[in-house]
Design a protein around this ligand. Structure first.
Ligand code: ATP
Ligand code: MG
Length: 264
């Protein structure tokens, strides 16, 4: 059975999409079969992974899959993309576009329970994959609740800056509530610190403070701020040059930690 992992925090620009894109790329590169569900109407994950404009996916998105209660029809295979080679496992994307913003209204019209809408379609294909990742939007609305109900694990992003640090306890509180009331299988995979600028003392302080407070829940790996990582959002994830390898090394270490935690 595939392990469903969502990546979230209710702070914009905290590295959720970047982490979803790079982590799934590395897992597929290791030979795992991976599905990425873009569950943010911004469609950033869809853009980065497919390297196609979002208009490619009009009427072929996660929103359509929820309405038709069929995910298979809307899966976009990434194995043919030029930065992916034949050694990769199956690498699939369920894309998103602006239409996902009207999830609640569309679900209500069709008498679909929005909270369970994603779980319903994910359950049907879980056995086809080793990992299913869900990229969450930066708010705690209906999309985040539906993503967490569909998930086995949650990775919480800590962008090393104060506003994200303050968001973490509220996000963890939501995880607890969902676990108690709506999805008893939900577990915290851990808190991943990212975009550390090692020259900035406030960044280091935030991470130290988080470790003191949340101890082993914080992954040992810390992702530093690197221009090469930002460039992946323009050109897709690449793992070829020395610069790519240097930029991806912390993510490789993170993926090893993550596998240890979720495969126990
Ligand atoms: N380690 C990093 N080094 C440099 N830039 C980074 C790094 N991680 C992410 N970024 C950049 O920071 C910006 C925000 O990242 P990203 O889109 O992944 O955040 P997000 O949490 O998904 O945002 P949103 O809340 O809008 O969905 C992007 O421009 C991305 O390229
Ligand atoms: Mg994002």
């Amino acid at each position: 059975m595939g392990i469903v992992i969502s990546v979230g925090v209710q702070k914009g620009g905290a590295g959720k999409t970047t982490t979803t894109a790079i982590t799934t790329y590395l897992l597929a590169e290791m030979g795992y079969n991976v599905l990425v569900i873009d569950f943010d109407a911004q469609g950033n994950t869809s853009r980065i992974l497919s390297k196609k404009s979002l208009s490619t996916f009009t009427n072929r998105t996660v929103m359509n899959a929820i309405i038709e209660k069929d995910l298979n029809k809307f899966i976009y295979n990434l194995n043919e993309t030029d930065n992916i080679n034949e050694k990769f496992g199956r690498y699939d994307l369920l894309p998103a576009d602006d239409s996902l913003a009207s999830l609640s209204e569309e679900a209500e019209k069709r008498k679909i329970n929005v909270a369970y809408s994603l779980k319903e379609i994910v359950t049907s294909i879980k056995s086809n994959y080793d990992f299913i990742f869900i990229d969450q939007p930066p708010h705690l609305g209906a999309h985040t609740v539906a993503a967490l109900i569909a998930s086995d694990y949650s990775i919480v992003m800590l962008q090393s800056e104060p506003l994200c640090y303050f968001a973490i306890p509220r996000y963890l509180e939501l995880l607890e509530q969902i676990k108690e009331r709506l999805n008893k299988n939900l577990k915290l995979a851990g808190i991943l610190a990212t975009m550390l600028d090692a020259r900035t003392s406030i960044d280091k302080q935030i991470i130290e403070q988080t470790r003191l407070q949340y101890e082993d829940w914080v992954f040992n790996t810390v992702i530093k701020r690197k221009n090469r990582i930002k460039e992946f959002s323009l050109n897709g994830v690449q793992h070829r040059t020395k610069e790519d390898k240097e930029a991806l090394l912390p993510y490789v270490e993170f993926v090893e930690e993550l596998i240890q935690r979720v495969k126990q």
